[in-house]
Design a protein around this ligand. Structure first.
Ligand SMILES: Nc1ncnc2c1ncn2[C@@H]1O[C@H](COP(=O)(O)OP(=O)(O)OP(=O)(O)O)[C@@H](O)[C@H]1O
Length: 392
């Protein structure tokens, strides 16, 4: 869908912002560009909609060289979201969202109706449409920015640090919203961030750049975490790579074990409806009258990192697992989580090794050429990216 072939961007002052970049961005997936400040992420992003033109090489969208396209037409097919949303201050929220449909000549009524639909899609109340940007919170403005970018249903969405200016709680909400929207809309998204945790959460693939506009590695998050190409990537991913890898898996991936039977030390006490209410130490001096210790029941969709945390907090070393109604369905122990984490790590590492082997020795692991060369069937699957799954 989007492809960079040997693309460089040199500015007249001698700066090389992007240096011989070759990269294929999978259709319908989120590719996150990360790297140190000034490494060329924004320049790369802006070459997609031709806000910046490459000095050499070819950038194409949908098989078409962007330099041969009419710039205005090209941009209508590409949504663009920036930090601080960039809304027009003197237009209402509805009119902000309707900007591109109006430019496309949709007519006011149809454009407004589409804007109202989008307001709902991004989780804003209908009455916020009549307000002006300054009357919304920063997080709400970002949602409007996303709605505006999606208004004409473009196949491509460029997002340049869209959630960089909001607090961590709102940021997590916006990330969840984006993942929800993306599961419905399947846009080809290019997302720039400084935050590696954000990249791991959102990316089907992560491209890591280093100063001077060099792409160092591009791979699914699990593969990057299990097998960083070099010390720079490892440093960028930070400590606790194993834990970050756990955050990519869910509890559904690990088997349930039976709830401890009577006669075992820790009893999981449940309500009449079968909801876990606490752990009781039956071997303590108070026996069956011992006070209950807290339990935090988890569902299949909770991340394994959360599950590991709960297993450490649980006096029994067990996670209480419940169904959608909160009813106990079994438990999972620390050891099982640990064992699964080890396997996943090894699997992702093997996938990266296979890719390197298929690509020859002189390729950095996970660069575009390398990933094309190896579609290994036994590779690790990336849970977030059905379209790009088994990318090896
Ligand atoms: N118009 C310009 N003229 C000259 N140099 C530029 C211009 N735009 C960007 N640069 C330089 O190109 C390099 C890459 O810039 P770019 O904005 O793409 O980096 P970035 O990775 O997005 O940075 P940041 O994370 O800080 O936003 C930087 O050294 C920057 O100073």
């Amino acid at each position: 869908m989007i492809s960079f072939k040997d693309v460089s961007k040199h500015y007249p002052n001698g700066t090389t912002a992007v240096d011989r970049l070759s990269l294929e961005l999978p259709e319908g997936g989120i590719t996150v560009l990360v790297g140190t400040s000034g490494c060329g992420k924004t320049t790369t992003l802006r070459m997609v909609n031709r806000m910046v033109e490459p000095t050499s090489g070819t950038v194409s969208v949908g098989g078409r060289d962007v330099l041969r396209a009419d710039a205005a037409e090209l941009r209508r097919g590409i949504g663009y979201v920036i930090q601080q949303a960039g809304l027009f201050p003197h237009r209402t929220i509805l009119d902000n969202i309707a900007t591109v449909p109006l430019l496309l000549g949709w007519g006011r009524r149809k454009a407004r109706a589409r804007a109202a639909e989008l307001l709902e899609l991004v989780g804003l109340p209908a009455d916020s449409g009549k307000r002006y940007p300054h009357q919304l919170s920063g997080g709400q403005q970002q949602r409007v920015g996303v709605a505006r970018a999606l208004a004409a249903d473009p196949p491509v969405l460029l997002m340049d640090e869209p959630f960089g200016a909001v607090d961590p709680v709102v940021r997590t909400q916006l990330q969840n919203e984006l993942l929800r929207l993306q599961s419905e809309l399947r846009k080809t998204v290019v997302f720039v961030t400084h935050d590696i945790d954000e990249a791991v959460r959102l990316g089907d693939r992560i491209a890591i750049f280093r100063t001077g506009g060099h792409l160092v590695q591009c791979a699914p998050p699990a593969e990057l975490l299990a097998s960083p190409a070099d010390d720079f990537v490892a440093g960028f991913l930070g400590a606790e790579r194993g834990l970050k890898l756990l955050s990519l898996s869910t509890l559904a991936d690990v088997d349930r074990e039976p709830v401890p039977a009577d006669g075992q030390r820790w009893r999981l006490v449940t309500s009449e409806r079968g909801e876990p209410v606490g752990w009781r130490d039956t071997e303590g001096p108070e026996g069956d009258r011992a006070p209950l210790l807290p339990v935090r029941p988890l569902r299949d969709g909770d991340s394994l990192l959360t599950a590991l945390d709960e297993s450490l907090a649980s006096p029994a070393g067990l996670v209480a697992r419940v169904d959608a109604d909160g009813v106990l369905t079994g438990v999972t122990g620390r050891e099982a989580i640990h064992e699964y984490a080890g396997q996943r790590h090894a699997e992702a590492g093997r996938a990266a090794a296979l890719k390197n082997a298929a690509a020859g020795t002189d390729e950095a692991p996970g660069t575009a050429e390398a990933s094309e060369a190896a579609e290994a069937p036994e590779a690790a699957e990336d849970p977030k990216s059905p379209d790009t799954s088994v990318t090896a």
